[in-house]
Design a protein around this ligand. Sequence first.
Ligand code: NDP
Length: 396
Amino acid sequence: MARVLIIGAGGVGGVVVHKCAQVPSVFSEIMLASRTRSKCDAIAADVKARTGRTIETAKVDADNVPELVALIRAYKPDMVLNIALPYQDLTIMDACLETGVHYLDTANYEPLDEAKFEYKWQWAYQERFEKAGLMALLGSGFDPGVTNVFCAYVMKHLLDEVHVLDIIDCNAGDHGHPFATNFNPEINIREVTARGRYWERGEWVETDPLSWSMNYDFPEGIGAKKCFLMYHEELESLVQNLKGLKRARFWMTFSDNYLNHLKVLENVGMTRIDEVEHDGKKIVPIQFLRALLPDPASLGPRTKGKTCIGCLMQGVKDGKPKTVYIYNVCDHQEAYREVGSQAISYTTGVPAMIGAMMMVTGKWSGKGVYNMEQLDPDPFMDALNKHGLPWVVVEK
Ligand code: NDP
């Protein structure tokens, strides 16, 4: 029976609250806090209508450590689930250390003024969490998150060594807008417009943004889609933790329409993250763009189709070459019917709830900062099947 504080009332935060509320035997008390309290209250009302459970709500500025500390001291949770933005990772980790509470997030720290994400800032907390006897679980979403657990599962049960890893993320859903992002527009656009990077023979190789592509034939009726090579944060920990790895890449599908809009926005300077002067005021173009684009949390009712995210892994088992493809398919409309969100928020929110469940039930425990593949994949994989993200393994 655990008491949890969830921070961030956006598209993903809403799913996390719904999913925690569905498991009262584990999550007995839940508080949702965010910058805008009315968003917390709206989610709490929806959860009440669907499950009958009461969710407490609060306003908090997660950039402000003393404010976070005061809230944590007042509510006394067993752990904090950080579902706000990557900019808040370090302040929330600081507040957890100060109050002696376990920590979980879904995306690694990113400084506001530089479009760069790396684990180094959060890995630097290793000693402090270890000394405090606390656990920080990093990247408990789908990718990162489930993709790391898929890798750990394949290494535990299906391959002795993995030589080539391709993580392939397909969103074959259609929301009907000319242009919208499926999670926070600012974070999404910063990620997609960054230079590509993959790992080969012990080194990182850089590519121009979205300059490499391949076609992949996705299962369960999705069919062939064009996928683009991108850098993605789970590669950083996986290349350290997977034995025998020679190459690791991450691919994501984008429609021509999305890419054309993005190109125009980039060309006119709307994706810039530095301040510009407008009418005597300083504005950051990408933040202004975020205010114009549809809120990802509003895409649920209109998004139709499926997502398919998985890991294609080539390696060796009992001395023989073997290829394994392990994936989940999630239907946008089914996710909407269950929790009122599209599948991108759903596929991120469910693993966040499961990561928290692993921690509060003691199935995953430890002192220090952990990436998902460092923990036993089996209980997490079982929970995926039970809580809405069933997975499939194809051995080739
Ligand atoms: P949203 O923008 O929809 O939601 C973010 C929420 O955080 C908003 O409610 C926002 O408040 C709140 N917030 C922002 N700043 C603060 C602050 N200083 N203090 C308190 N609350 C704050 O984003 P998403 O729900 O789409 O994404 C949430 C997280 O999930 C992001 O970190 C994203 O990178 C990650 N993610 C991870 C994925 C994975 O597979 N691992 C996939 C997709 C997303 P307000 O409403 O007032 O603006």
